[in-house]
Design a protein around this ligand. Sequence first.
Ligand code: SF4
Length: 223
Amino acid sequence: MDRRALDYLHAMGIQPWAERRVAVEVLTPLVPEEPITDGGPGWEELEAQVRVCTRCDLYRTRQNPVFGVGNRSAELMIIGEAPGAEEDRRGEPFVGRAGQLLNEMLVAIGLAREAVYIANVLKSRPLQNRDPRPDEVAACEPYLRRQLALVRPKLILAVGRIASQNLLKTDTRIGTLRGRVHDYAGTPLVVTYHPAYLLRTPLDKRKAWDDLRLVVRLLSGVA
Ligand code: SF4
């Protein structure tokens, strides 16, 4: 494990045991982007659709839709809940303190933020950061599914309770959903805590580290 990962684990209050070393260089996605020929919108068209989307009422109060960022040929796709205030202002998912922690979590398993693709279930911000409503998720989910079809990742990491429950169409507790492999639209999916939650609940950072180790094993094909 390199210095940055060790620094991260130290900051997380996690003892980096020797057996927890993860060799991750193999995870860097190098697959070239290929043209998609299945008739659905490509990246530019999809992003343009989201920019002017009025499928649910959240468009009325958003500053910017938050489409998604990162490597469009990534092996790992991170899916969160919805933009917060800062994301809405900047038009980018997972910025601010929680985004910084997510970046550090990724670095801990050898992945730069730019190596993964990051999107949310909802592309527009619910005011006061309230939970997404089912009708909003239903309206927005086709965009996410299309992003998934375009990226074709090996694995999805659902981040946080809201994203996990909405993707898996369940109200099962996140603590129960963690630690096993689910399926979302034909792609394996694992669950971990939201970094904003981890900032508030440092005791669960160790569990998040276990989730990240599962991600590494799945990407490496050894789980
Ligand atoms: S949340 Fe999704 S469906 Fe609703 S307006 Fe934004 S992009 Fe459209």
